[in-house]
Design a protein around this ligand. Structure first.
Ligand SMILES: Nc1ncnc2c1ncn2[C@@H]1O[C@@H]2COP(=O)(O)O[C@H]3[C@@H](O)[C@H](n4cnc5c(N)ncnc54)O[C@@H]3COP(=O)(O)O[C@H]2[C@H]1O
Ligand SMILES: Nc1ncnc2c1ncn2[C@@H]1O[C@@H]2COP(=O)(O)O[C@H]3[C@@H](O)[C@H](n4cnc5c(N)ncnc54)O[C@@H]3COP(=O)(O)O[C@H]2[C@H]1O
Lengths: 143, 143
């Protein structure tokens, strides 16, 4: 049990990575309306927010946007045009460095639906999703 | 590897279940606006839809609601009051029977963020979430 799983758990996460060019994202200075359209068109609940240098800055989600436009009486859609993504995003994205192990990723995925992967220089490399972790675990158990 | 994991994989899922009285849900005949308010207030992306006999009928999500109110030019919020949950919900919820094994749940969770659990009589017993599966797997590896 210990030896064969140990080498897998210490294995590298790079094989489960969704590379940055396949990750839907928006920029910090986009209007909130643009972020909601990207979220609706892609169907994703949440996506990364990058700055103009493609550095990771946060996460924006349908939940955060709807929370910010729900007024006392109704959904105040005019806010979509007056707010920017940076005004409401979660500025504390879950980050894992590319040299971390599969076990580190598994632990973090308990609390996050996806992880943002960076290299040593802090460059955004892509994301690791719960479905890819679950697919890998299912494969381990099938061995 | 085989023997100790085998008994765990065949283990029962009941210990990871969120019981029905702790599951946010709406009813088939609720207006869509009510469903969006429940989703926003609870913070959940998607929740089960039950009929008046508390039988499982579908899943409603922020994604489905936003998809249905996005018109050509803008978000048509007036539709929230004219549609019912049953009109737009996903009427094919992922269902797992309570006597299924942990391995069955793991396989299904690759494609669904949560599973709806029913007993032999088709009564809705609660849900099984990806986070509870991941928490359990992480615990297995820590042994
Ligand atoms: N277009 C699609 N095709 C196939 N399956 C789809 C899908 N959209 C959603 N799903 C399924 O639904 C799950 C939840 O998606 P959600 O958008 O809430 O949550 C997603 C989304 O917020 C984000 N995500 C996934 N792929 C992304 C991408 N290429 N770009 C940006 N964000 C992504 O990561 C979260 C977790 O993704 P994960 O794959 O674990 O889990 C996904 C996947 O199993
Ligand atoms: N109030 C809260 N407290 C703590 N963590 C929270 C939370 N709301 C969301 N999260 C975290 O975010 C993940 C995704 O939530 P989401 O609402 O997209 O997706 C959720 C939601 O659609 C549904 N869900 C979870 N608990 C529910 C409940 N009590 N009633 C109805 N639906 C529930 O199952 C999906 C997967 O849940 P899971 O736990 O795997 O994964 C959750 C959990 O890790």
């Amino acid at each position: 049990l210990q030896s064969s799983f140990h080498s897998i758990l210490k294995g590298n996460i790079i094989k489960c990575l969704i590379p940055v060019d396949e990750v839907a994202n928006v920029q910090t200075d986009n209007p909130l309306e643009h972020a909601l359209l990207v979220l609706v068109k892609t169907g994703y609940s949440a996506i990364p927010v990058l700055d103009q240098m493609y550095r990771l800055k946060g996460i924006i989600s349908k939940t955060i946007i709807l929370d910010n436009i729900l007024g006392l009486e109704r959904f105040e859609f005019e806010h979509l045009r007056s707010y920017k993504v940076a005004d409401v995003m979660n500025a504390n994205p879950p980050i894992l460095r590319i040299d971390h192990t599969f076990q580190d990723a598994l632990k973090m995925c308990i609390h996050h639906t996806f992880l943002c992967i960076e290299n040593h220089d802090g460059e955004f490399m892509g994301i690791l999703t719960r479905s890819s972790i679950l697919r890998y675990v299912n494969h381990l158990f099938a061995i």
